[in-house]
Structures are given as structure tokens and as C-alpha cells.
Ligand binder design. Sequence first.
Ligand SMILES: Cc1cc2nc3c(=O)[nH]c(=O)nc-3n(C[C@H](O)[C@H](O)[C@H](O)COP(=O)(O)OP(=O)(O)OC[C@H]3O[C@@H](n4cnc5c(N)ncnc54)[C@H](O)[C@@H]3O)c2cc1C
Length: 400
Amino acid sequence: MVGASLAYMLSSTDLTIAIIESYPVESDEQPSFDARTTALSNGSRQILTALGLWDDLAAQATLIRSIHVSESGRFGRASISAEELALPAMGYVVANRAIGRELWRRLRLSPRVHLISPAQVSSLQTQPDCARLTMSHEGCDRVVQAKLVVAADGANSLIRSQAGVALNRHDYEQTAIVTSVSPGVFHAHVAYERFTAEGPLAVLPQADGRCVVILTVTPAVAKQVMNLPEKEFLALVQDRFGWRLGEFTGLGRRDAYALALTAAKQSTGPRLALIGSAAQGLHPIAGQGFNLGLRDAATLAEVLSDALSDQHSDLGVESVLNHYAQWRQADRRALISFTDGLVRLFKSALAPVRFGRTLGLLAFDVSLSAKSALAGLSRGFSTVQPRLARGLDLRGQPKS
Ligand SMILES: Cc1cc2nc3c(=O)[nH]c(=O)nc-3n(C[C@H](O)[C@H](O)[C@H](O)COP(=O)(O)OP(=O)(O)OC[C@H]3O[C@@H](n4cnc5c(N)ncnc54)[C@H](O)[C@@H]3O)c2cc1C
């Protein structure tokens, strides 16, 4: 999702770009544009609008009017609405496949982008004046040479490890099971986040009136929960969520994801920039991974486009990459510690912590400044936003 987004952002420049992707985008096995949905922030919508993509995605997106946060067995709860914050929406839910289809369709039309897929990268070698990627494509080993390699190959990035970029990894010992249900009562565009002793549960509105469910369980029971008969699985979700949306029926397909924090210690290496989950893989508790990755892409696209305008003949040099790394530092750090802190806070069974978070939720419900701070999540934590996030094109012109 993030690599293709960057390629599309750069397709309007004079760069020649190759995307190397293991799976054909239409394949059911595609691990990025898969059966999940993504909650897009207002900031991401702004970027997609500036790219001219939003018009085509809007028809397939569901608006989130408010977010309701609660903890099972506790009194504390909080509700934040777009109206209170004077925003058009708290966010939008879009199917990953819809984003993938639209990006790929446009990339196929771009004369400067070469889609090499299905092709599996197997190694990276860096030389003083270029980087070489070896890949297996159509049964042969092939080498691509470039001034700059962008690793957008996910949380288990092979390119990151081949480049020797160190990683902070924390296994949350949680598995997210993603599925969909039909609620007995219309979702009214409310997104629910419910914290339970077994882990968080998110219920998000979907375009067809159904709801996306992200159920977190321990890895020890994940396989068993994945294989539960429909009725028992629905009863488990109902038990954790309660009856705010009436009775859940019509269970959709289930997919499981092991959850870990993977934070690269640097977001660059020699002739290398890391974006998206290759730079930082987050717990989906706050639905921020793709939103953060899209800001990585918008920032890198701007840095590269400016370097081109400044007549840089080599975009893989340290000065260009340092600019990108420094610009992304504050936003990356803030989001990594925010999501990690949230997971740890709601995982704790300690009585003072539980009491504190109940108070926190209650206080949050009445404090508009806390809500405004949360709204900041939607834009990111960089002091300067990249041009695309400000509704301009890469060169700083208003979008015509
Ligand atoms: C359950 C769940 C729910 C989520 N919900 C949200 C949400 O609501 N909002 C949000 O903002 N984020 C959400 N996220 C996070 C979001 O899914 C990720 O941030 C996003 O997928 C990262 O995209 P990416 O392109 O960086 O990496 P990936 O999606 O991991 O894509 C990596 C790509 O690289 C390819 N690849 C890997 N290795 C190679 C190789 N050696 N050669 C060639 N190709 C290779 C893969 O095939 C894949 O296409 C969620 C995550 C999970 C697990």
C-alpha cells in the first residue's frame, strides 16, 4: 500500500521508477491489498485528494462520524464526534483492495513506472555509486541497479535486514482476527474501540451497513478461535462487545495477524530509504500504520522532487536521505510511543493503572483539549506537513 502510493506520487516527476512486488495485485494472496479495511485519517484523505485519488475512492469509503471508546466491566467511556471538533469526519473506512485496484490501475498507465510483478527480491548490494537488487522474476535471477532503493517491503523487510539497519522489536503476544458482521442495529457511522481483559476489540462501520470486526486474542487460543463454528465465534464477539449494535449475524471471512512493534533504529541506510511498515510496524489499536506510512511516502516524494528541481543528479546521497530521516523523526517517534503506550496501558491488570485509565477515559470525555490533541493524530506530529498533506502538489502548486 505504501510503496505503490510513493510510486504514484513520484510518477509525475522525471524519475524512472521500478516497483518490485512478490504478488500480482489481483491475487487473493496479496498481503497488503488484502481483505482488510483501513481507517484513513483526515490527513490521509487530504493526501489522496491532492493526488487526485480520493474522488475515485470516496464512493467506496464509509465516513466515521464519531469514535466511542470503552472498557469492559468499567464505568469509564469516551466519545468523540467530528461535529465537536468541527471536522467533516473522524476518518473514513476503505477496503484495502479498493485502494490497491485504484493505485495499480493508475500505475499501469504511467510511462515512467515499471511494474515488475510477480518478482521476489532476494538480496541487496550497495556500492559507492549505486545499489543493486537481485530478484527472481519469471524463473530467472535478475538484477536491477538504481541510485536509490526504497524499502516498502513490510514489517519483516528483507531489504532492511540486508542493509544491516538495526530494529527494535517487541512481540505483543496478541493476534488480531479480522472479519465482518451484520449488526442488528444500524452502525450510524460510529467506530467502537472496546478494551477487554483479553485484548482490544474494534468495530468499524462499513459501506454496506455491515461492520468490520478486529478481535484481539492471545496466540495460544488464536487457532482455536479462528476455527470456531460461526455461531460460537459470533457469541464470543457479542460477549466482548455487548449489545449496543443489537445482535451480530452473517459472519464474514476470518484472517489472522500476529501483532508486534517493529521499529527500525534509522529510517535510512546507504542508498536506502525505509517507508511504511519497513520503517515502523505498529499495533493496529489506533489504526495509524498506513496513515503514518502515507506521510512517510508524501515526505520522501517531496524531498526527492525538490532534490531533482535543485539539479541533484544523484538522489541516493547522504544529504538527500538525511533530510528525509530528520523530517520524519518527530512523527515516527510520537506515533510509535503513542500506540505502544496505549497497548501497554490497556494490557495492565494492576489496580492503580486500571483506576487511572477509567479516570482518564472519563476526563477525556469532558475535556475538549484532550480531544483536540487526539485530532492532531489525524495530521501527524511533524511541525511542517509535506505539501501533499496541505492539499498542494509535489511542487507546491494548488491542485487544479
Ligand atoms: C489487523 C490490522 C488492521 C489495520 N488497520 C489499519 C487502519 O485501520 N489504519 C491504518 O492506517 N493502518 C492499519 N493497519 C496497518 C496497515 O495495514 C499497515 O501499516 C500497512 O499495510 C503497511 O503497508 P506497507 O505497504 O508498508 O507494508 P505491507 O502492507 O506489509 O506491504 C509490503 C509489500 O511488500 C511485498 N514484499 C515483501 N517482501 C518482498 C520481497 N522480498 N520482494 C518483493 N516484494 C516483497 C509484499 O508482497 C507486500 O505487497 C492495520 C494493520 C493490521 C495488521
